[in-house]
Write a protein that binds this ligand. Structure first.
Ligand code: ISE
Length: 314
């Protein structure tokens, strides 16, 4: 909200809605917006041009469908739904409506480091892509930590990046470990095979302890491009080098969030197609995440048959 209000030039936050009305009031005060208690009233209101859906994932499908009913452009935070079926229903509704109105908050597509990986491929500086590797470490698990949340709440970013760079998955094989209470897998390794023979390797941890760190690397026919430490500074003193490691994704991906919001606001106001992730990307990431969970449960590889992509998403 803060980024939208203070960092995106053509955006004005006019209304805030949250299940916690007291929190909504605090946030609304900081951006001089009004509080609306009913999200469907906000979505239908003619006083808003577009909405950001950053509510609990259990509400995403119904709210996204409501934005489609109201022909209101929306940026939906990941994941699109709790299950692929819910995400598929949103895609079906958007296709039936005949217009692209929904965008998905896979902000790494706007992270300067990840954009640079893709640029090297587009510029042909390293030849054809062969593999993508992503390491995604969170310091501590969320309070409601579960294997599903590790995969569909965290690894889904890496899954989207792999699709963004390599194309659709056709097979996944996942293994995981648990170091916490209740047996939820807080460390998962995913091996992916993609439509054009590319390979992906994802490590996601929700209990790394030391900090929040996301690194990525692509291996191509004649070169490798890897993201480097995102620390702003390195302190060298008394024979030691130190640099800060972020503790939360909002710090590591600030530039990505702002760039994503700027691109979404510009596309929404100009009527152009948003060049970030679509509802289809949200749906396909959900399908892969479910296959990863199935592979963890079955301890076997799981094949994925990518459905035909509707024309509006090509
Ligand atoms: C969180 O919801 C996010 O989307 C972050 O980008 C991710 O790193 C984190 O693991 C998720 O819990």
């Amino acid at each position: 909200m803060r980024y939208l209000d203070r960092r995106v030039r053509r955006a004005e936050v006019v209304a805030v809605c949250d299940q916690d009305t007291e929190r909504a009031g605090r946030v609304a005060e900081t951006v001089a917006a009004t509080v609306v208690t009913d999200p469907y009233e906000l979505i239908a209101s003619e006083s808003v041009d577009a909405v950001v859906i950053a509510s609990p994932v259990s509400t995403h499908v119904d709210l996204a469908l409501a934005t489609l009913d109201a022909s209101r452009p929306a940026l939906v935070e990941k994941p699109l739904a709790e299950r692929p079926s819910g995400a598929g229903s949103v895609v079906a509704a958007e296709v039936a409506g005949g217009h692209r109105l929904l965008s998905l908050g896979f902000m790494r597509r706007f992270d300067p480091a990840h954009v640079s990986l893709r640029r090297h491929l587009e510029e042909g500086t390293i030849g054809g892509l062969r593999s993508f590797r992503s390491v995604h470490r969170n310091p501590v698990p969320p309070a409601d930590g579960s294997t599903r949340l590790t995969v569909a709440g965290s690894a889904i970013h890496d899954i989207d990046c792999a699709r963004w760079l390599l194309g659709d998955f056709v097979r996944v094989r996942a293994v995981g470990g648990s170091d916490g209470p209740g047996g939820a897998l807080d460390l998962v390794h995913i091996q992916g095979e993609h439509v054009d023979g590319g390979l992906s390797s994802i490590e996601v941890s929700t209990a790394a302890g030391y900090g929040y760190e996301v690194t990525a690397e692509i291996v191509a026919q004649s070169g490798v491009v890897a993201t480097v430490d995102s620390a702003d500074t390195e302190v060298r003193v008394a024979g030691r080098r130190t640099s800060a490691i972020p503790q939360i994704w909002l710090d590591r991906f600030e530039a990505a969030y702002v760039a994503e919001l700027e691109a979404w606001v510009e596309a929404t106001l100009s009527g152009e197609t948003f060049d970030g992730a679509s509802a289809w990307d949200g749906y396909m990431a959900q399908v892969v995440a479910e296959a990863v969970i199935d592979s963890l449960d079955s301890n076997t590889p799981v094949d994925i048959s990518p459905p035909d992509r509707p024309d509006m998403y090509v």
